[in-house]
Design a protein around this ligand. Sequence first.
Ligand code: SAH
Length: 247
Amino acid sequence: MKRFFLSPGSLQGRRMVFTGPDARYISRSLRLKRGAEIVGFDGAGMEYTGTIAILSPRRVEAVISETSVSEELPSVRIALAQSLLKGRGLDGVLRQATELGISEFIPLATRYTIPRLYQEGEKRRQRWARIAADASRQSGRKINPVVHPVEQWKNFLARAQEYDLSLLPWEKEGEKSLKAVTARSAGGGVPARILVAIGPEGGFTESEAAEAVEAGFLAVSLGPRILRAATAGVAAVAYLQLALGDR
Ligand code: SAH
C-alpha cells in the first residue's frame, strides 16, 4: 500500500485530504483509482488507512477506516548535532542520518562555522524538517526525526546532561575510541538516548573540546583517518546503530 506523509491540515475529521503536488502525484503519477487503499502517517507516530473517495489532480480525499499507532520507538535514540556546513552540505547529512534512524537533528553553530550561516531562520528549519520527512518516508520510517532550530555552542553544551551518553567525536582524541566506548556500553546497560556532536570543516577548537568535556561530553576518536565533517556525522550514526542500536 502506498504511504503518504500527512502535513498538518491534511487530517480533516475522518478524512485525509491531499492537495497540490500530493494530489497530482496520487492521481497522475501513481494513477490510483477511487476505492484504492492508501496509508497516511503524521510523522509523530500515528498511522491512518483510508479508501480514496474523491480523486482529481487538484484534490484527493480518502475516508479513514483504521487508525493505529505506528512503529515502536527505536531501542537507542540517537540525536545528531551537526555543525553547519557550507552551502547545502547539511541536507545530505540529514537525509542519510534519517535513513540510518536518528531521532533528533540539531544544527549547530560553533567557532569555526561560517558566520554567514549564523542567521538561520525558521524557514531554513522547516526546509530541513521537510527533508527529514521525505527521507523518513523513503526509508519506511513512520516517526520523523525532530529537527531543532540552530543552536549556538554555548547553549548547546547544557544538553550533555539530558542524554544518557553525550559524545564529541574529536580527531585529536588519542585515547578513547568510539569503538572502545560502545563495546563497554554494549555489555552493560545500553544507553537509551545518545547525543553525538560533530564539528564543522575547520573542526572544534581546543577550548571548545575542553568546554564540552567539562559539560559532560565524552571526547572520542572515530579512527586514525580524518573524516570530512559530513562523512563523520553519517559514519558516527551508522557506527552507533551497529554497535548499540536495533538488531
Ligand atoms: N580539524 C580538522 C578536521 C575537522 S573534521 C581540520 O582542520 O580540517 C570535522 C569533524 O568531524 C570534527 O570536528 C570531528 O567532530 C569529526 N571527525 C572527523 N574525523 C574524526 C576522527 N578521526 N575522530 C573523531 N572525530 C572526527
